[in-house]
Design a protein around this ligand. Sequence first.
Ligand SMILES: [Ca+2]
Ligand SMILES: [Ca+2]
Ligand SMILES: [Ca+2]
Length: 227
Amino acid sequence: MQSSTRNRTPPAARAAGGRPRGARGFTLIEILVVLTILAALIAVVTPVLFKAQEEGQRAVTAAAIQTIKTALKMRAADPRIGDVPPTSLAAAGFDPPNDINEGIEVLVALLGAEDAPSNPFEDDSRLVNLDGDRDPTRMTYQRSREFFEYADSWGNPLLYFRLRDFSDNPDAKVRYQILSGAILEVGPIRSKKTGSFAGVSDGFQLISLGPDEELGTDDDVVSWSGS
Ligand SMILES: [Ca+2]
Ligand SMILES: [Ca+2]
Ligand SMILES: [Ca+2]
């Protein structure tokens, strides 16, 4: 049988005014302490989450670059072709509507063609056309006439340079339009150790500008290893 006095508040637990002590409100100082602790926690956790998100984005872009790199090497090893694609649309047999984003447009058009042995852009959710160009007469990617670019995790086109195209003029620049609409004048990256082009054994460079949207900074994601 339950005791009828079980839920009664003992006299010692009552505050002077007769209100039970456990039911008193928070003081302003207590609220401020809690808010300060919460703010400190947010300040600690936010950069950690931000860094984890950026690491994930870098991994996705690095994997995409490696997939495209494999397709480029297969193309170079194919005795019927024996080369990686050129940096310009004209050299690849297209009639370029403008001089923007050409290197990556060449890659999408040639590696993603219907008769290509493997299409590294099969997950086409990252195909963009930031400069809005198209070929009036022929297909450029599968059954489309658009000159697509392939975007990195931050929405900017990957840069592609065939290094041979820059051997006569190592300081030559090409133009890339990024997601913000800005036009960058860019060329291949040089090795910090040797001063010559990085990735020279591949014959090409495939580069993501990384989150800072600038070429040649530490956050770039690149197709070669070492510096
Ligand atoms: Ca273009
Ligand atoms: Ca385009
Ligand atoms: Ca960068």
